[in-house]
Design a binder for this molecule. Structure first.
Ligand code: NAI
Length: 292
C-alpha cells in the first residue's frame, strides 16, 4: 500500500500513547478513529487531545485553523466495526501478548484486506502478533516514543513475515507524521527498550538495596550523564506496569537472569503504584513530599 493511500487511521487504545498517536496523525492531515473498550478512557482521551491542541494554538505553535482542522479529523468510538474503512490500524492497548493477540484476531476479521495492522508494543514479538492473523506480511511494529506529539522517533519493527511493501508504507507514513525512523529486527525489547529498561530496572535495584535515595539516583543520572530525566522519574512517566511488562518480556525472551525484574518494581505494581497516571509510583504526585 502506498502511503498516499493512507487516508484513514484506526487507533486502538486511548491511553497515554494511543491518544498521543491519534493527535499526531490528526495534526498531519490524516482522518483518525480512536477506539477504546473503556468509555471513560475515550472521554479522557478526547479532552486531553483537545487540551493539548488548544495549548499548541495558544502558544502559537499551531494556527487556529490547523488546530480546528485537526480536531475535526478525530472521531471516538466504542465500536470496533467502525474500523472497516481504515487503511492503517495502530494498536496501543495494554502490554499483554494474549490481550493483543485477541484484538489482532478481531481486527483481522473487521478491517479491509489491504489494510496494515501496526502495533505500538514496547517489547512484544511482532511475529507472534502477526501469526494470530491471516495477513502476517501486513503486520508490523510502529513504536512511538512517549509523548508521541513531542518525541521525534519511531522504531519500526519488522516481523519474520513483514513484507517490504508494508515496511515501506509504514516508514513513509512515519515520515509524513514528521518522525525519524529507526529499524529493528524482531527480538525482545527491540533497540530502545533493550537498552533503556535494564537501566531503569538497575535504578530500582539501586534503590531496593539501599545504595542511595531515589532523589540521588535521579540526580546522579541527570547531572552525571546528561539525561533529561532520572531513571526513576522516567519509570513513573512511562508507567511502572509498562516497565514491568517489558522486563518480563526481556527476561523470558533473552533468557538471562540479568533481566529479572527488581522485586521493588514488582511490589509497586502489585500495590497499584503505577506512576504519574495513578498519581503515585516511585514518587507521590498527590502530596508535596515524596514517599520512601
Ligand atoms: P495506558 O494504560 O495508558 O492505556 C492503555 C489503554 O488501552 C487503556 O485506555 C485501556 O482502556 C485500553 N485497552 C485495554 N485493553 C483494550 C482492548 N482490548 N481494546 C481496546 N482498548 C483496550 O497504556 P500506554 O502507556 O498508552 O501503553 C499502550 C501501549 O503502548 C503498550 O503496548 C505499551 O507498551 C506501549 N508503549 C508505551 C509507552 C509509555 O511510555 N507508556 C511508550 C511506547 C509504547
Amino acid at each position: 500500500m502506498a502511503t498516499a493511500t493512507v487516508k484513514r487511521i484506526g487507533v486502538v487504545g486511548g491511553g497515554q500513547m494511543g491518544s498521543g498517536i491519534a493527535q499526531v496523525a490528526a495534526m498531519h492531515g490524516v482522518d483518525v478513529c480512536l477506539f477504546d473498550v473503556d468509555p471513560q478512557a475515550l472521554s479522557k482521551a478526547s479532552s486531553s487531545i483537545s487540551n493539548s491542541i488548544n495549548r499548541l494554538v495558544s502558544k502559537s505553535h499551531l494556527s487556529q485553523v490547523a488546530g480546528a482542522d485537526a480536531l475535526k479529523r478525530l472521531r471516538f468510538t466504542s465500536d470496533l466495526e467502525e474500523f472497516r474503512d481504515a487503511d492503517f490500524v495502530i494498536e496501543a492497548i495494554v502490554e499483554s501478548e494474549d490481550v493483543k493477540k485477541t484484538l489482532f484476531v478481531q481486527l483481522d476479521k473487521i478491517v479491509k484486506s489491504s489494510a496494515i495492522l501496526a502495533s505500538n508494543t514496547s517489547s512484544i514479538s511482532i511475529t507472534h502478533l502477526a501469526s494470530s492473523t491471516c495477513r502476517p506480511s501486513q503486520v508490523i511494529g510502529m513504536h512511538f516514543m512517549n509523548p508521541p506529539p513531542l518525541m521525534k522517533l519511531i522504531e519500526i519493527v519488522r516481523g519474520a513475515d513483514t513484507s517490504d511493501e508494508t515496511f515501506a508504507a509504514t516508514k513513509a507514513l512515519s515520515e509524513r507524521l514528521g518522525k525519524t525512523v529507526i529499524t529493528s529486527q524482531d527480538y525482545s525489547g527491540f533497540i530502545v527498550n533493550r537498552i533503556l529498561m535494564p537501566m531503569i530496572n538497575e535504578a530500582f535495584f539501586t534503590l531496593y538495596t539501599g545504595v542511595a535515595t531515589k532523589e540521588d539516583i535521579d540526580t546522579g543520572m541527570k547531572l552525571g550523564t546528561n539525561h533529561p530525566m532520572g531513571p526513576l522519574e522516567l519509570a513513573d512517566f512511562i508507567g511502572l506496569d509498562v516497565c514491568l511488562s517489558i522486563m518480563k518480556v526481556l527476561h523470558a525472551g533473552l533468557g538471562d537472569n540479568k533481566y529479572a525484574p527488581c522485586p521493588l518494581l514488582v511490589q509497586y505494581v502489585d500495590a497499584g503504584r503505577l506512576g504519574r497516571k495513578r498519581g503515585i509510583g516511585v514518587y507521590d504526585y498527590l502530596k508535596s513530599s515524596s514517599l520512601l
